[in-house]
Design a protein around this ligand. Structure first.
Ligand code: NI
Length: 429
């Protein structure tokens, strides 16, 4: 083989190494800004579908970088498209923007003092789930990618999504709405990446191919019997004892009615409401809960079994149970595309370092990134953000008023998101 042939063989590798180095340099250059952005966002959290200030901030940023920007997608969503200098695939990055009705207790200098109305009550608002970090990281990645636009073999689509936590009442999720409004079209997205910060070693990355996070479906069961004096229960139909049987009966769905080797599942009852007085058996009991699964088929089988179990237990006592499962408005399981995740894991390893990349376990929490993954190949991963010196076993979890994010972990997020885009483009151009 002549020297020229060797050069041709080496060229993609040389180009790749060059781009990869460029990403790291550009990421270093935005680190301070990313930290500043996050502090600002943290101090000004907004509830789901009210992310007006946040949306304006990200839209201005994207415009200043030369992105083609669309605003007010699914209420407050912002989408930026940047065409690279060379042809190639379309890669999307997604960041959720909303805060939570939580009153912050961190005592940080940039802690939130924002108040808003939620469900008819005045509440404190806090970025207690770290979506401020997701926005700042993705703004940073958007800048890194814009600064190497001419070298990019493909198109970047940045999706800033509202209402991951769900607007009040929590039945509409931002991802679902954005998809309905065509966010994955024009140009059509080939792959999507997203991250979530969580307690863990700062800068560590956790990922897993296949089922990763659970589905989450709202459950309501209304048991109707017949009112009677509590001293004369045979004079009516007691919906309270029937509800007790249903609550226990539901626990046999996971242990007796679906294949436990397939994947784990949970049904939990969170509220039970009935009665006015100790010596009156009421007409009705209303209970609500949640169903979590990791598989599309098990999810629908579960819904059928929960319904049958509740209805038949009620029927056996002469009562009725009306079961409502909000599958249309629930989250699907977050299932990482297996080939995509395997192909991108070396990228995450390079970014985090071998000792800081972990295969995650499944988590029974849920995430509306799953709606994107139902449409196109997608990979979601976790970034550890616990400040050093804290006890990792006892640190405040997401949604806590004490939830903390380490500034030093932000750069890992920016590098991960940027490298994923560049590596995916190189692998698929
Ligand atoms: Ni979250």
């Amino acid at each position: 083989m002549n020297k020229c042939g060797v050069l041709i063989l080496l060229l993609p590798g040389i180009l790749f190494a060059g781009l990869s180095e460029r990403v790291d340099k550009l990421a270093d250059a935005v680190e301070d800004k990313v930290i500043e952005w996050r502090h600002d966002l943290h101090q000004h959290p907004e509830l789901s579908n009210q992310e007006f200030r946040t949306a304006a901030k990200v839209a201005n940023h994207l415009k200043s970088l030369g992105y083609e920007v669309q605003t007010e997608v699914a209420v407050t969503g912002v989408v930026g498209v940047l065409k690279g200098g060379k042809p190639g695939p379309v890669v999307a990055l997604r960041a959720d923007m909303d805060g939570l009705p939580v009153t912050e207790k961190t005592g940080l200098p940039y802690a939130s003092t924002v108040k808003a109305e939620y469900g008819g009550k005045e509440v404190g608002v806090m970025h207690a789930c770290g979506h401020d970090a997701h926005v700042a990281i993705t703004m940073g990645a958007a800048e890194v990618l814009a600064n190497m636009r001419n070298e990019l073999p493909g198109t970047v689509k940045i999706i800033f999504q509202p209402a991951e936590e769900g607007a009040w009442p929590a039945t509409v999720w931002g991802a679902q709405q954005m998809i309905q409004q065509g966010v994955l079209q024009n140009p059509q997205v080939d792959a999507i990446f997203g991250l979530h910060v969580r307690p863990g070693k700062s800068g560590a990355i956790l990922v897993k191919p296949g089922p990763f996070m659970a589905s989450s479906d709202f459950l309501r069961i209304t048991v109707t019997g017949k009112q009677t004096h509590a001293a004369i229960p045979w004079g009516g139909i007691d919906p309270i004892t029937i509800s007790a049987q249903i609550i226990l009966g539901l626990q046999t769905v996971a242990s007796r009615q679906v294949d436990i080797l397939g994947s784990p599942s949970i049904v939990s009852i969170g509220t039970v409401q009935a009665g006015e007085r100790n010596n009156i058996i009421p007409d009705q009991v209303i209970m609500t809960g949640t169903i979590r699964t990791f598989d599309h088929e098990i999810r629908s089988a579960y819904h059928e079994r929960v319904t049958r179990t509740a209805e038949k237990i009620a029927e056996s006592a002469g009562a009725t149970a009306e079961v409502y499962i909000g599958a249309d408005t629930g989250y699907s399981p977050t299932i990482n595309h297996v080939e995509l995740t395997k192909a991108m894991t070396p990228t995450l390893q390079r970014v985090a370092g071998k000792e800081n990349l972990f295969e995650s376990t499944m988590t029974t929490l849920a995430e509306d990134f799953s709606f994107f993954q139902k449409e196109i190949p997608g990979m979601f991963f976790f970034l550890g953000v616990t400040p050093p010196g804290r006890d990792l076993l006892n640190v405040a979890a997401n949604h806590s008023p004490l939830f903390l994010v380490d500034d030093a972990a932000m750069i890992t997020g920016v590098r991960a998101m940027s490298h994923l885009v560049v590596d995916y483009m190189i692998q698929n151009q």
